[in-house]
Design a protein around this ligand. Structure first.
Ligand SMILES: C[S@@+](CC[C@H](N)C(=O)[O-])C[C@H]1O[C@@H](n2cnc3c(N)ncnc32)[C@H](O)[C@@H]1O
Length: 391
């Protein structure tokens, strides 16, 4: 059963909407857990041996696996169901948000929280030119004055999309990395924290909950998301500030933050914007500050070409054109190019904090980053990957 979000901006589905959302969520789980396992077996039992017979070797990378899979009936079936399930996530949520939109906009006006908008900001083309991961209207479209539709759609969609796997308020990534920092670096006490590309602030707020003395700021280019995120934070009683700003051109003085964090952000940026953002992160970090990005694991850290192919699916079929270009990067080099000293690179693979006893979570951190077939891959479970550098 899907759990409703716990905060005051949640929208309650009708019985029909709830049934539809339950179905879509179960379908997503079936595709990502059961069908994915069958597709892998199909690859290992048929496609790989045929490739080896034809070439006298195994595929060298994810692209060769992708080429070999393209005319496989099972891969096409999997891709078709997965694509449709993605569209169905939004179709199961948008009518519910639409029905409640005026009321939601009023609720946000009544308790806006700390939202700083910038009407002069031009929303970048990586957001405006495509319906990112098939989200109708992408992250920025507005339908009414002071609209929060994009925020409400994202918040409720991710809940359906992730079939209860990402925390009660889809905030497990934030909890996992704020607590990773608390436990892995007990002497480091951040007082100012930035979350770039924060969407509805679901993974921003756990930083304020974990480090209550810190001033926490989330930025995003979409006004609708910033309004929603600020009101969502207010409903939790958390004094987190949300600002409409482009991460490639941060409007903060040099050396403003102890932590610059992002989550699931980089793979939606063109490479030139990733580079610009990294330079900005280096600039606004204080000396001794931490740059940390939760992301999909890079292709060069995965042992099996099949795993690289599997994770790059979204780049080909889910309107995420920057996904593979990001995953193909050498991350220590990207950090070094922005100014971080090469020896200061950090990398972590952590279990989900919300679902893991703290002693186990801590033991896992102490073992160091280990890549497995759950790393960055939503299925029955998932574990999170992050990288960055100390300044
Ligand atoms: C996948 S979402 C991030 C999700 C969220 N951080 C999380 O933890 O799930 C990417 C976000 O980045 C925002 N975005 C895209 N380009 C941006 C830019 N140049 N500067 C700031 N935000 C940007 C989008 O509006 C969107 O909200």
């Amino acid at each position: 059963m899907l759990k409703d979000l716990s905060h005051d901006l949640r929208v309650t589905p009708t019985r029909d909407e709830r049934t539809r959302q339950e179905f879509v969520s179960s379908l997503r789980k079936h595709v990502l857990a059961d069908m994915a396992a069958s597709m892998r077996a199909n690859y290992e039992q048929r496609v790989l041996p045929a490739f080896e017979r034809a070439h006298g070797r195994a595929p060298a990378d994810g692209d060769e696996v992708h080429d070999a899979m393209q005319d496989q009936r099972y891969f096409r079936f999997y891709s078709s169901i997965r694509y449709n399930a993605q569209e169905m996530v939004f179709r199961s949520v948008i009518p519910m948000v639409d029905r409640n939109l005026e009321d939601l906009n009023d609720r946000v006006r009544a308790r806006p929280g700390k939202a700083v908008l910038n009407p002069a900001l031009k929303v970048p083309s990586n957001v405006t030119n495509i319906d990112v991961h098939l989200t109708p209207g992408s992250y920025h479209t507005e339908y009414q004055p002071d609209d929060v539709a994009a925020g409400a759609i994202y918040d409720h969609s991710i809940n359906v999309f992730a079939f209860n796997q990402m925390g009660r308020d889809i905030d497990d990534i934030g909890h996992s990395f704020a607590n990773y920092v608390r436990l892995a670096y007990p002497d480091f006490r951040p007082r100012s924290i930035l979350d770039a590309g924060c969407t509805v602030g679901h993974n921003t707020l756990p930083w304020a909950q974990t480090f209550p003395d810190a001033e926490v700021t989330g930025i995003d280019v979409s006004a609708s998301l910033v309004r929603y995120a600020a009101a969502r934070a207010a409903s939790f009683g958390l004094p987190v500030r949300f600002m409409q700003m482009n991460a490639t051109n941060l409007d903060f003085p040099d050396e403003s933050f102890d932590v610059v964090f992002s989550s699931m952000f980089l793979h939606e940026l063109p490479l030139k914007d990733i580079r610009a953002y990294f330079r900005q992160a280096f600039r606004v970090l204080k000396p001794g500050g931490l740059f940390l990005n939760m992301e999909l694991p890079p292709n060069n850290r995965l042992q099996q070409p099949y795993d690289r192919f599997y994770l790059d699916w979204d780049s080909y079929y889910n309107k995420e054109p920057w996904y593979k270009p990001f995953r193909d990067q050498d991350l220590p080099q990207l950090c070094a190019a922005a100014g971080f000293a090469p020896g200061r690179f950090v990398e972590a693979v952590v279990p989900r904090y919300t679902y893991t006893p703290e002693s186990e979570f801590k033991a896992n951190i102490e073992r160091g980053a280990r890549f497995g077939n759950r790393t960055g891959r939503l299925g029955e479970e998932i574990e999170w990957y992050a990288f960055g550098a100390w300044k």
